[in-house]
Design a binder for this molecule. Structure first.
Ligand SMILES: *Cc1c(COP(=O)(O)O)cnc(C)c1O
Length: 491
């Protein structure tokens, strides 16, 4: 704040002598940076997938660390050194042969839109401040609701990821089930509130559990519905847990178990939950909800539109850069009540405008709608369906080829883009194969322990992965398994 003659004097001096020449060298820096980004991108098809051999936490600290710099450095050197120092320790997560976690890369229009998002540097809380960013979100939200087959009245929040989308949905649920008991949770909190029952699947994702903790509902209190071998909630068990009860209840189902890809029988779950007037059904569909965008796969999520809220990720299967998740809530009033902040200096949009900040936990944030909008425009609903189908086809192809190898077992039903692979039916061998394939660098697979059994996980969610990449990767796995076997037994 500028007050009094001294401050005015300071401001005056700053105006005359401290002017920063913002354009000096910036054009060239941005051009060079674009070239570095292009070179990285072009390297992806042949690039080693994991970090460079020999990279350790010590080598990275030695390259990147040091005392707090006192003097500044020119931006060109900063960027050149940053790129050189971090490159060895990067994993090519946008490689067509990266099969770790459930990570998609970025389709070209989304990546380019991401560059512009940073350049435009819009704070997207209010329509008033950035009408274009607000309308892009609104348009993308309508497209997504249609693409994913959700109720048209649903409101949408553009979150940092599915964890915050789960949290946003749970906060809306918490509002709605307590409102029906005349308890205003935004005003009174949960202290002294009527207890809320929370029911989750035995194989619910850790992200959902974190969301329950953040929402003050507690993880230990959540009642678990048994799941089958594929991690799918048992609907009969859910029905008996809810039978004869009328307390406020939040049930969390899942589309896409993170190991197996297993999809909860959502139509049956909807039918069970709908018998209970004060129950809310949330669906964590971080990647599995994208099956709804595919006419071929849609039948496995049929009935999903009967839930109350849905969380998913754009930075997974839609292949936009981080960070980008989506919360959909049918009861938009509950959604807004849970998330809108309201302050005298933040005027609500006067008319029909949508304020992006009303639907997510943050106020100031990146204009996340641009990348999502660009990805949908680039692919269209046909292209998105084709990408989802292709990923599932590649997963099936890899599973089939691996299953033909002696000593290799596929542990799950490959219903989507996830495959669990076990070698010589042995934990130590399986871990060794995973370590060898990661060191080899042709492809990248992670490990997991699913229902007590060690397995290698294959997740196919990268738009650029083709059958050739799948074959090269399977060949590398087979080589790693053979090498492991000839290295002999391990303890
Ligand atoms: C990835 C994932 C999440 C968490 O998503 P983030 O984007 O990492 O926050 C939640 N649930 C499931 C089923 C997931 O696969």
């Amino acid at each position: 704040m500028i007050e009094g003659p001294a401050a005015i004097d300071r401001a005056d001096r700053a105006d005359r002598s401290d002017r920063v020449d913002v354009d000096a060298g910036t054009d060239e820096l941005l051009r060079r940076t674009a070239e570095m980004a292009i070179a990285y991108r072009r390297s992806l098809p042949e690039r080693r997938v994991g970090p460079q051999p020999g990279v350790t936490v010590e080598s990275l600290r030695a390259a990147l660390g040091g005392p707090l710099p006192k003097a500044g450095t020119d931006p060109d050197s900063v960027i050149e050194r940053l790129a050189a120092d971090v490159e060895p320790g990067l994993t090519a997560m946008s490689s067509p042969r990266f099969f770790g976690f459930v990570i998609g890369g970025s389709v070209p229009a989304a990546l380019a839109a991401d560059w512009l998002t940073s350049t435009w540097d819009q704070n997207v809380a209010l329509y008033l401040a950035t009408p274009s960013a607000a309308v892009v979100e609104e348009v993308a939200a309508r497209w997504l609701v249609e693409l994913l087959g959700l109720p048209v009245e649903s409101s949408v929040g553009f979150t940092s990821g599915a964890t915050m989308a789960n949290f946003t949905s749970i906060a809306a649920a918490r509002h709605a089930v307590l409102r029906r008991l005349d308890w205003d949770v935004e005003d009174q909190g949960l202290v002294g509130a009527p207890p809320i029952r929370v029911v989750i699947g035995a194989d619910a994702h850790i992200s959902l559990k974190l969301a329950l903790r953040l929402a003050g509902l507690g993880l230990g209190r959540a009642e678990r519905v048994p799941a089958d071998d594929e991690g799918r909630m048992d609907p009969a068990a859910l029905a008996s847990m809810l039978e004869g009860r009328s307390d406020p209840t939040i049930v969390c189902a899942q589309l896409g178990e993170v190991n197996t890809g297993g999809m909860d029988p959502i139509a049956r779950i909807v039918e069970i939950v709908r018998r209970h007037p004060n129950a809310w059904l949330h669906v964590d569909g971080a990647f599995g909800l994208w099956a709804a965008a595919s006419p071929r796969l849609r039948s496995i999520v049929r009935g999903h539109d009967g839930a109350d809220s849905w969380a998913t990720d754009s930075h997974k299967w839609l292949n936009v850069p981080y960070d980008s998740g989506l919360a959909f809530v049918r009861d938009s009033a509950a959604h807004r009540a849970a998330m809108s902040a309201g302050a005298a200096y933040l005027p609500p949009a006067p008319g029909q405008e949508r304020d992006p900040g009303d639907w997510v936990p943050e106020l100031s944030r990146r204009a996340r709608g641009f990348t999502v909008y660009a990805a949908i425009r680039q692919m269209g609903s046909d292209g998105i369906a084709a990408m989802v189908d292709r990923c599932c086809d590649v997963a099936s192809h890899m599973a089939r080829r691996l299953a033909n190898q002696p000593g290799v077992h596929i542990l799950n039903e490959v219903v989507l883009n996830q495959v669990l692979v076990r070698f010589d039916d042995d934990d130590a061998v399986t871990r060794d194969v995973i370590a060898r394939i990661q060191a080899d660098g042709t492809a990248w697979f992670g490990g997991t322990t699913y229902h007590g059994t060690v397995a290698m996980r294959i997740s196919v969610s990268e738009w650029s992965t083709g059958i050739d990449d799948a074959d090269r990767s399977v060949d590398a796995v087979v080589r790693a398994f053979e090498a492991s076997r000839s290295a002999g037994p391990r303890s």
